[in-house]
Design a binder for this molecule. Sequence first.
Ligand code: NI
Length: 382
Amino acid sequence: MNLEKFEEYLISIRRHLHQYPELSQQEFETTRSIEKWLLELDIPIRKTDLKTGVFADIKGGKPGPIVAVRADIDALPIEEKTGLSYASRKKGIMHACGHDFHTAALIGAAYLLKRHQSELNGTVRLLFQPAEELGGGAKQVIDDGQLAGVRAIIGLHNKPDLPVGTIGLKEGPLMSAVDRFQIVLYGKGSHAGIPHNGKDPIITAVHLITALQTVVSRNVSPLQSAVLSVTKIIGGSTWNVIPEEVKLEGTIRTFDNIIREEVKAKFYTIVEAIAAAFSHEVEIDWFAGPPPLINHKRVTAAAERSAKEQSLNVIHPELSMAGEDFSYYLQEIPGTFAFFGTNGTEEWHHPAFTLDETAIIKAANYLFETSRELLNQHLKNL
Ligand code: NI
């Protein structure tokens, strides 16, 4: 395949995935397609107990470590509004986060690695991971044993606000931990004109929401970042009745595991204390999402060298308050996650999300060259 044909091939893969998006844990057709593309490249598939996702090894001609390259493959429950000729053919489902781009780029990297297989100083493991959007797919892949023997891992996410040819690489924290909470304040209903006979959970919810604003602002150093947002409040049904209960929901995002624990503890203290002060029973549910995504120093430096050699414009990106379950891999082994410029018109998860497809071949090349770079020189010093 010449360069032009290679680009056409990758774009056709991306468009196929884009037309047939599948939700997290339901990526059955996507899995079959990826298996087919890999088998066409003569790349054998690894065994897995997972129902979706594809894992494969490209074993080099020379001995050496294993490096993993990961792409996520799932789509979102969003009705596409791009008007593209290859828009989603599945109602209410869309690749609105560009995981079709990531998958196509990894197929491209697989093609290039296969072509250079005899020269590789070790093995590159391809991880086509399901269910990133649920925040748990990476954990399943780890539990399935796909990280066994892997010394380092790389991955990337398309970035609509960066131009094509620009890559964001940064050691240390890049994306936040995503924790979610639900609170139920149990009061005592009463007539609105006779409030002393009840326990009004609406008043308490207001105090609680106000007090929660201090969790970050008065406990986390102004030089660090964290955010707490109360995003949902349900209580009451009419104007003359004090309700029985109020439900609240929200999220806390942090970039540091210690701050994450401290903020959670403060959150519990405030909720329990305010509820007690206003004589309510309270129920708190805490849903821990992915940890903060923290890039490894030397793997990031190697990726940066590799990116510069490919004439990519390397920038140190701003931190993102979005979550990414690639962070689970980085808890296990060194690695780095990059933001890859795609010059999109809309942000992630927007119904009119698009990307510039000329970035696919660049991303494929970056994954290929960087995994090769890690195998060649830099794994010894990790
Ligand atoms: Ni995404």
